[in-house]
Ligand binder design. Structure first.
Ligand code: GTP
Ligand code: MG
Length: 555
């Protein structure tokens, strides 16, 4: 809508060009879930409820996004992350070590989807929101103590064989980890110290560990340990027949409907399991041969990795997905809902506390821009990891803090956010970026204020739209906003631009608002937050005393 001199900054927004293979895997891993599971006292080595919660989220993701066909997840208990185990796995599964070291996050869910129709970030965002909103159903006695978050990465499968190899690898890891952890915890529960238990398991083979469980604890690993722990969980779509109505003669009218189910299988990469499912061979292709081994390095070569340019300011801009509907369903005040904006601001402050490399944030409506310092090495500047972690954390905060801001409103469904990362090479361009967003805020807000005022005065929505179409607001261009954003952060002595005259166009619309509202200077009396958006940054003095970031509306 907006069209200002700052618009040129849009040219920095390069689209992510992911090659379009048939199958995309989005692998979602917990961010420090080791700590999360300790704080929330999950049972060791596996907490059934925690796994069920993950499965519920995976199910919700499959129901929400039509392109997602299949997911596979397991809990990766790795609380004693010793090199010992890396060695062990290294021996048993050649060249696995680098991968094991990477997957120490306690949960790992691989979401398999067809084509690249869906933005992968929406998945991690929606998954996180679901995790928070479904928490109480699975843990009615336990409070969620802090916002859980995940990060995601993308693996592009060039063929269904790559997918098969990937599944072999993930399930092998599930099996190995679970068997090791079962032994370790049984030994610890029987009185051994962690060190002693690890010593006993040192150099053990799969068979040795099965023996140990049987001889010492009378556990038959295959029979006594539930499949959800041993095999992980598959979530997939199948087709069921529904009776939609009955004809006059009493005969049922049936229709095929897709239904999401969860299943367990000893070998998810086998032809037998895969090809027997209704949708999997149809949507993703059949497996033509059984596969027992795979090289993780081979799979790693399919991982899509994009790094953000060094020594540039990174801006992560997140944006609520379908917030038009979300705000309608939750009856947000129009055009601005102060509580909804305060909730966004509070989440943004949480993001600054979580990611210390973020030095400044600016938010308006359902979007927020987070500025990372130039020299940030967060996730080694890997785009997907940075953006997914920020988006996921923000989504988590939003769902968690909802009741604080809307104590009398139930959240009807989990919200989710999209995100992108853009690099800006200089302070000037970064400031222009922020000015662009702020001009957008101003223009949209003036338009929306007039639109809703016209509607309140009795005009229909389409009449109000029509009326404003011919009006000058949309052309309102350069220089109406004085931008003076957090120059202190940028540590450069940029002179303030002279405050330009708003001109007659602004005057006209202000007059319209004055006239409709019956209040002199109506627009300028609106809260700053509505007119100019909100900024969040560390106030050095206050942060020392209060230890949380400040939110301000900057003029
Ligand atoms: P996508 O981002 O493309 O998924 O669409 P969207 O529906 O989220 O729309 P967009 O991001 O372009 O705009 C945000 C929308 O959120 C606005 O158009 C409003 O409908 C809604 N919104 C954001 N803040 C408020 C608010 O304070 N009050 C009300 N009533 N609506 C709001
Ligand atoms: Mg939006």
């Amino acid at each position: 809508m907006a069209n200002s001199k700052y618009e040129y900054v849009k040219s920095f927004e390069v689209e992510d060009e992911i090659m379009l293979p048939n199958i995309i895997i989005v692998r979602v891993d917990g961010r420090d879930f080791r700590r999360f599971s300790e704080v929330h006292e999950f049972e060791k080595p596996n907490d059934k409820k925690a796994l069920e919660l993950l499965n519920e989220c995976a199910k919700a993701v499959l129901e929400q996004f039509p392109d997602i066909i299949f997911s596979y997840g397991f809990s990766d208990e790795y609380s004693f992350g010793t090199n010992e185990r890396v060695d062990l796995i290294f021996k048993e599964f050649s060249r696995q070590a680098s991968y094991v070291a990477e997957t120490s996050d306690k949960i790992s869910i691989s979401i398999i989807m067809l084509l690249m129709n869906q933005d992968t970030l929406l998945i991690v965002s929606f998954f996180t929101s679901c995790y928070v909103t479904k928490w109480k159903a699975l843990f009615p006695q336990k409070d969620l103590r802090y916002a859980p978050s995940l990060r995601s990465r993308v693996i592009c499968c060039a063929s269904v064989e790559v997918l098969q190899a990937y599944l072999v690898w993930r399930q092998y890891e599930c099996h190995l980890n679970n068997q090791y952890d079962t032994c370790l915890w049984k030994l610890i529960q029987s009185g051994k110290s962690q060190k002693e238990a690890e010593e006993i398991l040192k150099g053990s083979q799969k068979q040795d560990r099965n023996e140990l469980l049987y001889q010492c604890f009378n556990i038959n690993y295959k029979k006594d340990i539930p499949e959800i722990f041993r095999q992980g969980t598959c979530t997939l779509k199948t087709e069921v027949e529904d009776i939609v109505k009955y004809k006059d003669d009493g005969c049922p009218v049936k229709r095929l409907r897709r239904k999401v189910i969860t299943v367990h299988s000893e070998n998810i990469a086998s032809r037998r399991f895969w090809n027997d499912q209704l949708c999997l061979p149809k949507e993703l292709g059949p497996f033509t041969e059984d596969l027992n081994k795979t090289m993780p390095e081979y799979l790693k070569s399919f991982q899509y990795e994009n790094k953000l340019m060094p020594c540039t300011w990174i801006v992560i801009r997140i944006d609520g997905c379908h917030f038009h509907r979300f705000s309608e369903v939750h009856e947000f005040e129009k055009p601005n809902d102060a509580q909804a904006l305060n909730l966004m601001n509070s989440c943004a402050a949480g993001v600054l506390e979580e990611f210390r490399d973020i030095v400044f944030a600016y938010g308006v409506s359902d979007e927020y821009s987070f500025v990372l310092k130039k020299e940030s090495q967060l996730y080694r500047r890997h785009t997907s990891e940075i953006v997914s972690a920020v988006v996921s954390f923000f989504s988590s905060m939003y769902a968690m803090k909802w009741n604080e801001f809307f104590p009398h409103k139930e959240m009807k469904y989990p919200p989710y956010f999209d995100g992108r990362a853009v690099c800006y090479p200089s302070c000037e361009i970064l400031l222009d970026y922020l000015a662009w967003r702020q001009v957008d805020c101003h223009i949209n807000n003036q338009y929306n204020s007039c639109f809703w005022m016209l509607v309140k005065s009795g005009k229909s929505k389409s009449a109000a739209q029509q009326y404003l179409k011919g009006f000058c607001f949309l052309k309102l261009g350069d220089g109406v906003i004085r931008y003076k954003m957090a120059l202190w952060i940028l540590k450069e002595d940029i002179q303030d631009e002279p405050f330009e005259n708003e001109g007659t166009q602004a005057q006209e619309k202000n007059e319209l608002l004055d006239q409709l509202s019956g209040t002199i200077d109506y627009y300028n009396k609106l809260p700053l937050m509505f007119r100019q958006g909100s900024s969040v940054y560390w106030d050095k003095v206050i942060s020392f005393l209060l230890s949380h970031p400040t939110t301000k509306s900057i003029t």
